[in-house]
Write a protein that binds this ligand. Structure first.
Ligand SMILES: *[C@@H]1O[C@H](CO)[C@@H](O)[C@H](O)[C@H]1NC(C)=O
Ligand SMILES: *[C@@H]1O[C@H](CO)[C@@H](O)[C@H](O)[C@H]1NC(C)=O
Ligand SMILES: *[C@@H]1O[C@H](CO)[C@@H](O)[C@H](O)[C@H]1NC(C)=O
Ligand SMILES: *[C@@H]1O[C@H](CO)[C@@H](O)[C@H](O)[C@H]1NC(C)=O
Ligand SMILES: [Ca+2]
Ligand SMILES: [Ca+2]
Ligand SMILES: [Ca+2]
Length: 848
């Protein structure tokens, strides 16, 4: 079966011409005004102005008397309330029944009475419609008000006051007349995108799932056709009494901008803001966890679209499940000296309105340490992780945690051998939750055999005084004697890896690693404070020097005389900027520097919030290729540069005795691959037609370590397969820049490889300094980069794979993993082939 997502490109819409026309109209009006000067025409103008003024005044008066009332705006509020003295009747599920209508009438009466208790609300109230009832009995309604423009907020406030009164019910004088006992009233103004006047179709489907039944909901025509413009659709989902609703998305492909097209999910039957669970738009990877649960037996999915940019839409599966499914792991007693626990449904969304308690008890004499591997408890109102009032986890009834933490370094230690954790989610907005590990530790020696960081972390002893901040609070790097060639001593007593000497980044914190670096190399400017900063960073709007001297005297890329070092735009004019091509800012007058930039961009939204550690997200590096040799499996990496061509390292394709690495037929290449164990439907396998190893490749020195591979047939780009951009011939690899290398960690020599594509953050090392480190074995066609953090033994690079540099909005293939340690180990620099040195050669051989 073809993957529906693969054909995504064809949904790319074109902007229409409408707006250009209106702009032109304004321009002509303007220019006419300018042409007219004082003179003979003055009298004529005077008459015209007089006529216009009269006309305007008349218009104003007419408007004042006839249209003044239009200054009222319709304001729709959506709400729910609990009716205590009524039992649910199945007839209430359909709005056509007599029972429904009778109860609805009562609710409308009740609402009228409630609103009448406030003079402002009474004045502007129009009427209410009851949309639905659910078990409880809960009534869902919509109330319309006609509010003078400018008064909206005061009406919202009056409504909010009603929400506060709910707990005690509404002991209004109407109580005797009305037979309803109402509590839990929640009303709020409708999401303005749902009351757009541009909707040409508004539809609602009602679905009541049966036990063990899975119902599919999807946008019309999914996935073959894109969704319709200007529509508002609602799916009312119900389960039997006592059940909860499970909603599982397996495809979500909307336009990027949620203000235009959106899907919003509610823990209610009507779109009440304080029951909203999540809003979705954009394009999600199929592996993204997107399963939601309701708190009761109802849920609402809404979708609104506007006139432009229509995409395939979504598909989801709805079922009802017993609430116990989720509570199994919630609220348990945990014993023993080690274990794990997590929020319900992790790594998918936890349900709203749930409370879990974990009581941990470890052997007496020990204390409990809980480490949160990931903690994702963010929602509108508590994004910063500080005001944890909505969804949070509370430790020992006194410390609350919330917000986004995916680094796995959050932990808590108890004073006794017991710890309690309470997880609470409120009525609205849900997130992925957390996964935690607990262990029994010795309170006297919490880190047996290890170094105890000031912040409580335990790290290996030999990670102290090694120049790397392993604790996170630098406590492993304090009071050190820096020994060995690989460390430099900072003026403030810290030790730092010699990698970071003279790279323009102040690693010591007191600038000592950047002292004595002399004049800056070509391609670099000397800041007033003597730092060297890449020329490319000059006038880029960011203070890279630290004293802003790189941002002084900046002319906007003005036209200059064309020379060898300038860039020539399509219109023949030249600009003075090093790498203007595809850097996201339009430098040429005619914008030609940003044309054909369909490279170096990922297509899938990848929530790196969820992907942990050094794993790449699916679709994050869609140009990464896995090269499989005969029956050896993955041995080298490569990068896609066009529909037909890949770039890899020359040393990957040299024959080695019986192993014919240089033969195209011995290779199989996998494009779009993420996990070596899973060949998913979007993965494309190809054979090779040709391998062109750089003729100057020297196997002894690894100089010119670059090769090209031609595919046996062109590939079609998709969300998972995209080309990376190539740097210009004059591109200078920016020393001190933080970039990514990617791969499955295999070397040609074999060795353990990762299953899921890995990424590592590395920083470009000063060429002169690296050359010293590498006993002067570097040539001008190589450069070095060292890992910034990450696993001590992790191997995240691949021979032949890309060194990815973000330039503007696009990733650039600045280097090819060559030798040294492609595995990106600390204290071992990796050596990369400088791709810009081979730009001409690539063009000659591939036309790219
Ligand atoms: C509420 O008022 C509007 C406008 O006056 C009207 O169109 C609508 O039918 C009324 N709805 C009900 C339920 O009375
Ligand atoms: C999204 O669309 C709205 C209006 O349609 C616009 O005002 C807004 O700037 C857009 N946002 C982005 C990030 O493009
Ligand atoms: C730390 O020491 C242990 C044991 O001495 C050794 O196995 C390990 O490789 C060392 N790690 C590093 C980063 O040097
Ligand atoms: C690299 O280091 C040398 C000193 O070893 C220094 O002269 C040079 O300016 C540095 N280059 C950059 C780009 O910082
Ligand atoms: Ca919440
Ligand atoms: Ca350290
Ligand atoms: Ca430095």
């Amino acid at each position: 079966m073809a993957d529906p997502m693969e054909s995504g490109i064809k949904y790319m819409p074109k902007l229409d011409k409408e707006y250009e026309e209106s702009v032109e109209f304004l321009q002509t009006a303007d220019s006419k005004k300018l042409e007219k000067g004082p003179g003979k025409t003055g009298a004529v103008i005077g008459a015209v102005i007089f006529a216009v003024v009269i006309g305007l005044m008349t218009g104003l008066l007419v408007w004042h008397f006839h249209f003044r009332k239009d200054e009222y705006a319709k304001r729709i509020y959506i709400g729910s309330m609990k009716i205590q003295n009524q039992a649910f009747d199945n007839a209430y599920e359909s709005s056509d029944t007599r029972e429904f209508k009778a109860l609805a009438e009562q609710v409308q009466q009740e609402l009228k009475t409630i609103y009448s208790s406030n003079p402002r609300l009474k004045k502007y109230y129009v009427n209410s419609t009851v949309n639905a009832f659910s078990e409880g009995v809960i009534a869902y309604y919509m109330s319309e008000f006609k509010v003078p423009v400018g008064q909206e907020n005061s009406v919202d406030d009056a409504i909010a006051v009603l929400n506060q009164q709910d707990a005690r019910g509404f002991p209004t004088k109407a109580k005797s007349r009305s037979s309803l006992q109402v509590t839990d009233m929640k009303t709020s103004v409708i999401d303005s995108r749902m009351s757009r006047t541009s909707y040409i179709s508004e539809t609602k489907s009602r679905i009541h799932t049966k036990p063990n039944e899975i119902v599919r909901i999807e946008t019309t025509g999914f996935p073959a056709k894109s969704y319709k413009p200007n529509t508002f659709t609602q799916w009312e989902l119900r389960g039997d009494e006592g059940s909860i609703i499970k909603l599982e998305f397996d495809a979500m492909y909307l336009e990027e901008n949620c203000s235009n097209d959106f899907v919003k999910i509610y823990d209610s039957l009507v779109p009440i803001e304080n029951r909203a669970l999540e809003e979705l738009c954009e394009h999600y990877s199929p592996s993204e966890p997107l399963t939601f649960y309701s708190s009761g037996n109802v849920m609402l999915v809404t979708m609104g679209t506007n006139d432009k940019y229509n995409f395939p839409g979504f598909r989801a599966h709805v079922s009802q499940v017993p609430p116990e499914t989720l509570r199994k792991s919630c609220s348990t007693k945990l014993t023993g000296s080690k274990g794990t626990f997590s929020t319900p449904n992790f790594p998918n969304y936890y349900p709203p309105n749930i409370k879990c308690d974990w009581e941990i008890e470890v052997p007496s004499g020990k204390v409990v340490k809980v480490t949160f591997k990931k903690l994702l408890l963010a929602e509108p109102g508590q994004e910063n992780g500080k005001n944890c009032d909505k969804d949070y986890v509370m430790i020992d009834k006194n410390k609350k945690l919330c917000g986004d933490h995916k680094d796995g370094n959050i932990f808590e230690i108890s004073k006794t051998n017991k710890m309690t954790l309470e997880f609470l989610s409120d009525h609205s907005y849900v997130d992925r939750g957390f996964q935690a590990e607990y262990e029994a530790i010795d309170p006297v020696d919490p880190c047996p055999g290890k170094f105890h960081c000031r912040n409580g972390l335990c790290i290996s002893q030999n990670l102290t005084c090694d120049g790397w901040n392993d604790c996170g609070d630098l406590s492993d790097e304090k009071n050190c004697k820096c020994t060995g060639d690989s460390l430099l001593t900072c003026g403030n007593g810290l030790c730092k890896s010699v990698f970071w000497k003279c790279d323009g980044v102040d690693d010591c914190g007191d600038g000592t690693d950047e002292r004595g670096c002399g004049a800056c190399d070509t391609g670099y400017i000397t800041c007033t404070n003597k730092k060297c900063v890449s020329e490319q960073k000059q006038c880029d709007g960011k203070d890279d020097c630290g004293d802003n001297s790189d941002e002084l005297n900046c002319k906007k890329n003005s036209e200059v005389q064309c020379t060898e070092s300038t860039y020539k735009c399509k219109n023949g004019k030249c600009i003075d900027k090093k790498n203007p091509v595809c850097d996201g800012s339009s430098d040429c007058e005619d914008g030609s520097d940003e044309e054909n930039c369909a490279c170096g961009r990922k297509k899938l939204r990848s929530s790196t919030r969820i992907v942990g550690g050094e794993d790449a997200a699916q679709g994050e590096f869609p140009w990464q290729v896995s090269l499989h040799f005969q029956n050896y499996g993955h041995v080298c990496g490569a990068s896609i540069i066009s529909e037909n061509w890949l770039v890899t390292a020359a040393h990957c394709v040299q024959n080695d005795g019986n192993l014919r690495f240089g033969e195209p037929a011995t290779w199989e290449v996998f494009l779009g691959l993420h996990d070596q164990r899973k060949i998913e439907s979007f993965v494309v396998k190809r054979k090779l037609k040709r391998i062109i190893s750089n003729p100057n490749y020297n196997p002894n020195t690894f100089n010119n370590d670059i090769a090209l591979m031609e595919l046996d047939s062109p590939i079609k780009y998709s969300d998972h397969i995209q080309p990376i951009c190539l740097p210009n011939a004059d591109y200078k690899v920016p020393v001190g820049e933080t970039v990514f290398i990617t791969g499955w960690g295999a070397t040609r020599e074999g060795g353990p490889a990762a299953k899921v594509l890995q990424k590592a953050e590395v920083r470009i090392i000063n060429h002169t300094e690296c050359n010293k480190l590498m006993s002067y074995r570097l040539t001008s066609k190589m450069f070095c980069a060292g890992v910034l953090k990450g696993g001590v033994d992790a191997c995240q690079g691949d021979s032949g794979g890309p060194l990815n540099i973000l330039e503007g909005d696009c990733m650039l293939l600045a280097g090819v993993v060559s030798w040294g340690d492609g595995c990106a180990r600390r204290n071992k620099p990796g050596i990369y082939t400088t791709v810009s040195e081979f730009r001409g050669w690539i063009k000659e051989n591939t036309g790219v």
